[in-house]
Design a protein around this ligand. Structure first.
Ligand SMILES: C[C@H](O)[C@H](O)[C@H]1CNC2=NC(N)=NC(=O)C2=N1
Length: 94
């Protein structure tokens, strides 16, 4: 099982992850899309990479604003798996 990241490691990682914030329990990024359906398309793209990684975000959709929250449920906090998915989400956001 992946290990929960220590505070120093997480702080350093967040400094390199544009748009993400959080703590050892979870990290999140919100993005406001140009229109509702653009946000839904982004959610679908993230769903594909999440399924491929077998690692799934919590997703909150409010009109044009989508919030992705990442933690590793089985580990009880943020692990390298979450950082990897956060990087993939950032690539999709562009
Ligand atoms: C069996 C399957 O691999 C697990 O249940 C996966 C599915 N997706 C997951 N996603 C997240 N975020 N955390 C997990 O611990 C997790 N576990």
């Amino acid at each position: 099982m992946a290990d929960v990241l220590g505070n120093d490691t997480l702080t350093a990682a967040l400094a390199d992850l544009q748009g993400w914030s959080g703590d050892a329990e979870g990290i999140e990024r919100s993005v406001t899309a140009p229109a509702f359906l653009d946000g839904i398309r982004l959610v679908a793209e993230v769903a594909h990479v999440a399924e491929q990684a077998d690692h799934h975000p919590d997703i909150d959709i409010r009109w044009r604003t989508v919030t992705f929250r990442l933690s590793t449920h089985s580990a009880g906090g943020v692990t390298e798996k979450d950082l990897a998915l956060a990087r993939q989400i950032n690539e999709l956001i562009g």
